[in-house]
Design a protein around this ligand. Structure first.
Ligand code: SAM
Length: 293
């Protein structure tokens, strides 16, 4: 007989009660109790038995179980020590799953990949992320340039919209550019509060980030590119010229800055939110050529 899925509300409550587990809001613990959502998340990652999946924050293993039934190898990193014995118990039918206790922001992911994903044809990150650390986790995954195919994550809806936003829209900002530099984002679905226990007090969405083979634009110096882009958004309502002046030419007149913007073919009266990623790449190149860092 097939055992009941971990994620049904009844079984989730039973596991939690039997282990005397109490939710910690500070760790973003909102567990999924809906089969359809779990199915949609896993489907968006395009996993097959020759692929690996890295899950961040498995909770009591609801998503982990679905991943174990779809991918060849699954590794889950969970910060909360109290969940480890629960995970060992509920995931015992799945020999292709390993669980590590730790803070994903501190874990050596290259080492983890070498230990767990040898021989798989590709790895995706699939997770219902703890919302309080969504951006640091995603930026760590992307900046370390791990060999990832997809990142499919449940996150706060507002953050998902910012990641997928296009130039000129109100949601477009440095997060959109940072994510889109490495990935092609696609909103998979928005999610009602009722699929979690306890229910979060923000709206949620699932986003798929298809990791690009190479970044979307060619830049000479990534740190400089990200810095100039971030400086352009420091005060959203200011023009690009005003923002860049505060950061790069605080004590000088505007002539030099306007000359550089002209070289980059960017009107100084535009706002940072209207520039495309390509325009930021050109701007960074022009500044670097002029020795402005
Ligand atoms: N995957 C489970 C589910 O969908 O039901 C739980 C998701 S819950 C939103 C987030 C999980 O991430 C919790 O289990 C929490 O303890 C864990 N977590 C929070 N911060 C973490 C961190 N820095 N590193 C690893 N896990 C973390």
């Amino acid at each position: 007989m097939r055992t009941e899925e971990i994620s049904t509300p009844k079984r989730t409550k039973e596991i939690i009660a039997r282990h005397g587990f109490s939710f910690k809001k500070s760790l973003g613990q909102n567990f999924l109790i809906d089969q359809n959502i779990l199915h949609n998340i896993v489907a968006a990652a395009h996993l097959t038995p020759d692929k690996g999946a890295l899950e961040i924050g498995p909770g009591i293993g609801a998503l982990t179980e679905k991943l174990a039934q779809t991918a060849g190898k699954v590794t889950a990193v969970e910060i909360d020590r109290r969940l480890i014995p629960i995970l060992e118990e509920v995931l015992s039918p799945y020999p292709n799953v390993s669980v590590e206790q730790g803070d994903v922001l501190k874990v050596d992911l290259k080492d983890l990949f070498a230990r767990h994903f040898e021989g798989v044809s590709g790895v995706s990150v699939v997770a219902n992320l703890p919302y309080y650390v969504t951006t640091p986790i995603l930026m760590k995954l992307l900046e370390e340039k791990l060999p990832l195919e997809n990142i499919v994550v449940m996150i706060q809806k507002e953050v998902a919209q910012r990641m997928a936003a296009s130039p000129g829209s109100k949601d477009y900002g440095s997060l959109s550019i940072a994510v889109q530099y490495y990935c092609e984002p696609q909103l998979v679905c928005t999610v009602p509060h009722t699929v979690f226990i306890p229910q979060p007090n923000v709206e949620s969405a699932v986003i798929r980030l298809k990791v690009r083979d190479k970044p979307a634009v060619e830049v000479e110096d990534e740190d400089h590119f990200f810095e100039i882009m971030q400086a352009s958004f420091v005060q959203r309502r200011k023009t690009i010229a005003n923002n860049l002046k505060s950061r790069y030419f605080p004590k000088e007149g505007r002539e030099r800055l306007e000359e550089l913007l002209q070289q980059a073919e960017i009107d100084p009266s535009r706002r940072g939110e209207t520039l495309s990623m390509e325009e930021y790449a050109v701007l960074s190149r022009v500044f670097l050529q002029a020795g402005i860092r």
